[in-house]
Design a protein around this ligand. Structure first.
Ligand SMILES: Nc1ncnc2c1ncn2[C@@H]1O[C@H](COP(=O)(O)OP(=O)(O)O)[C@@H](O)[C@H]1O
Ligand SMILES: [Mg+2]
Length: 322
C-alpha cells in the first residue's frame, strides 16, 4: 500500500541556506493494509521528517514514496486532495492541530466543507457523532467544547474521528502517546488496535521501543537518518543484530528480569554474533541488498554497523545533492 524506496531528505539550513542537514538517508520500507509499522529511533533520527514526507508536509529530496503505486511526491492539487482522503496524520501535540478560539466542532466543519459540501444538517451530524463514538468518546461530552476544555487524549481521538469520516486507509501517528498520561495511553493504543482490525495501515512513530513492541507487526529502527535494522517485530526483538538495536533493547527496563541477567545475556549475544558488520562481510556477496541491508532471516534486514553517517558502507548510497 505505502512503499518508500531509497528516500533522502536534505534540509537547507543557515542564514543563506548554505548549510545542509542530511536528515533521512536512503530509507526504504513498506506498510500494508491492516499492519502497524513502528518507526523507532532517538530524537533527531529523522522519524518526523519521514512521517511528514509521507503526508507531503515536506518534500523528499530524492527517492520514491508510493501509495498504491502512485507517486506521492508528484501529486498536485486535486491528486493531493484525493490522497488526503486516504492518508492522514495525528501528531504529538494535539493542541497545535486546533485553533484555540474555536470549538473543536470546527475541525469537522472544515472537513465537511472541503470534502462533503453536499452533506449538511442532521445526516452529517449523525455521521460525526458515529465517528466520535467509534473512537471511544461520547459525542455529548466532547462536541461543543473548546480545545482547552478537553484532554490531550480526547483531542487526539477527535482527530482520528475526523480522519475516519474520510475513506481513511493510512494513518501516520507521530509520537501520539508521548504527551498522554498512563491511563489514556492504553485507550489510544487500543484505538490503534481497532483501526488495524478495520484494515487500516498505521505508521506508528515513536522513540519508545517498548511501545513499538506493544503495538506493531513490523519495526523499522532508525539511527541518524538511516535504517539500521527492520523486520517483523517478534524477529527483531527476539534476535536483534545491529549493535544500535541491541543497545536500545538493553536499555528497556524489564520488570521480570534482573539487570545482571540482561547484561549477561547481551554479552553472550555480542560474543556469539561478533562485531563485524554483516553488511561489509557480504557487500560483495550475492545476498547483500542494494539498499544497504543484509537479510538475516525472512524479512529481517540489517544495515551497516559502522557508526556515523559519513562512514557508511560503500553499498549505502551517497548523499544526493539537493
Ligand atoms: N525544517 C527543518 N529544517 C532544518 N532541519 C530540520 C528540520 N526539521 C528537522 N530537521 C533536522 O532533521 C533531523 C531529523 O529531525 P526529525 O525528523 O524531527 O527527527 P525525530 O522526529 O526523529 O526527532 C534533526 O537533525 C533536525 O534538527
Ligand atoms: Mg519527531
Amino acid at each position: 500500500m505505502l512503499e518508500l524506496v531509497d528516500v533522502h531528505k536534505v534540509y537547507r539550513v543557515g542564514t543563506f541556506g548554505t548549510g545542509t542537514v542530511h536528515a533521512v538517508r536512503g530509507v526504504s520500507f513498506d506498510v500494508q493494509p491492516g499492519e502497524v509499522v513502528s518507526l523507532i529511533g532517538e530524537s533527531g533520527s529523522g522519524k518526523s521528517t519521514i512521517g511528514r514526507m509521507v503526508l507531503r508536509l515536506a518534500n523528499a529530496t530524492s527517492g520514491s514514496i508510493r501509495f498504491d503505486g502512485t507517486d506521492v511526491v508528484s501529486l498536485r492539487h486535486r491528486g493531493l486532495r484525493d490522497y488526503y482522503r486516504h492518508a492522514q496524520g495525528v501528531f504529538q501535540d494535539p493542541f497545535s492541530s486546533y485553533n484555540p478560539i474555536f470549538k473543536v466542532d470546527r475541525t469537522f466543519e472544515t472537513l465537511r466543507r472541503s470534502y462533503f459540501p453536499q452533506d449538511t444538517g442532521a445526516a452529517w451530524d449523525e455521521r460525526v457523532a458515529d465517528a466520535v463514538h467509534s473512537v471511544g468518546l461520547v459525542p455529548g461530552e466532547v462536541l461543543g467544547k473548546f480545545p482547552h476544555q478537553l484532554s490531550g487524549g480526547q483531542l487526539q481521538r477527535l482527530l482520528v474521528a475526523r480522519a475516519l469520516l474520510l475513506d481513511l486507509r493510512l494513518l501516520v501517528a507521530d509520537e501520539i502517546i508521548s504527551m498522554l498520561d498512563a491511563s489514556t495511553r492504553i485507550d489510544v493504543l487500543n484505538l490503534l488496535g481497532d483501526l488495524k482490525a478495520r484494515g487500516l495501515g498505521i505508521l506508528f512513530v515513536t522513540h519508545d521501543l517498548s511501545l513499538g513492541n506493544y503495538v506493531s507487526d513490523k519495526v523499522v529502527i532508525l539511527h541518524q537518518g538511516r535504517v539500521v535494522e527492520r523486520g517483523p517485530t517478534a524477529a527483531v526483538f527476539a534476535d536483534p543484530r545491529h549493535p544500535y538495536t541491541r543497545t536500545l533493547l538493553a536499555s528497556v527496563p524489564q520488570l521480570d528480569r534482573r539487570w545482571e541477567d540482561v547484561e549477561a545475556e547481551e554479552e553472550r549475544r555480542s560474543a556469539a554474533l561478533g562485531d563485524e558488520c554483516l553488511y561489509h562481510a557480504r557487500v560483495d556477496g550475492a545476498d547483500a541488498h542494494d539498499l544497504g541491508l543484509v537479510e538475516v532471516a525472512p524479512g529481517h534486514l540489517v544495515g551497516c554497523f559502522r557508526d556515523g553517517a559519513d562512514d557508511a558502507c560503500p553499498g549505502v548510497r551517497a548523499p544526493v545533492a539537493g
